[in-house]
Design a protein. Sequence first.
Length: 261
Amino acid sequence: MRVAALMLFLTVVVSTAFADAPKVNLNAQNITLQDVAAQLTEQSGIQIVLDAEVTGSVSATLNGVDLEQVLDLITKPSNLVWQKLYAKPDETGKISMERIKAQVNALKALKDDPLVVFDPATGKQTVFARMENKAAEEIINPKELGLTPFYRIYKPETAVDPVTSSEPVTSKEFSDLSRKQLEMYAKMSPEEQRAAAEAEMIWMMSLPQESRVQMLSGMFGAMRNMDTYTRDQFRQTMREAFRNIRREGGDSFGGRQRRDR
């Protein structure tokens, strides 16, 4: 068993090896995916839920085909994917897509190491852990946990790297990215901030010389064009930063090297 997978709030994403998919029929002529999902849910007795952004139509005639094969056939042409999940239904016997999406997003944020949260108000502690097992191992049996299977159809996220993307990046998009980066940086410990800054400088030095010069020229040009008040505040902040560096152990940049020689 490898540490790294999915158990949180009693929602488990598991292999389809725990149960054979039922066989279904489909006679669809340009009907929506929502209607197809409703038909398959009625035939199989297994709820099929679609994310709100899922759209498309289906035309197919299938008889006695495994449900999961049908899901492959109706999702791939629209660049959609499906998952089999197990969860506890609500009082109506249905699975809430909003609740599932919140739990899946929480799983994405959970790191490989387990997390234990102790609440002094109740005296209870909660353990959050990601676990992954191979299909043949069947380490976690959802039925024993009282969970119900269902299928989710969704559109996978496609992350776009603004550096490598062929699409031009506007100044507003760059400003938004910079703001988010600074917000993350402010939440780091001093050690993490130094490591992040070092990684960014190393990345910048890996660029061609012309690009490095252009980037730095843009930064200094922006400082020169600031209004007087903002520029003075920025300079004061820089002076305080250099004083901190000296207090922590030596002169700024290169000063320590001169003493070591």
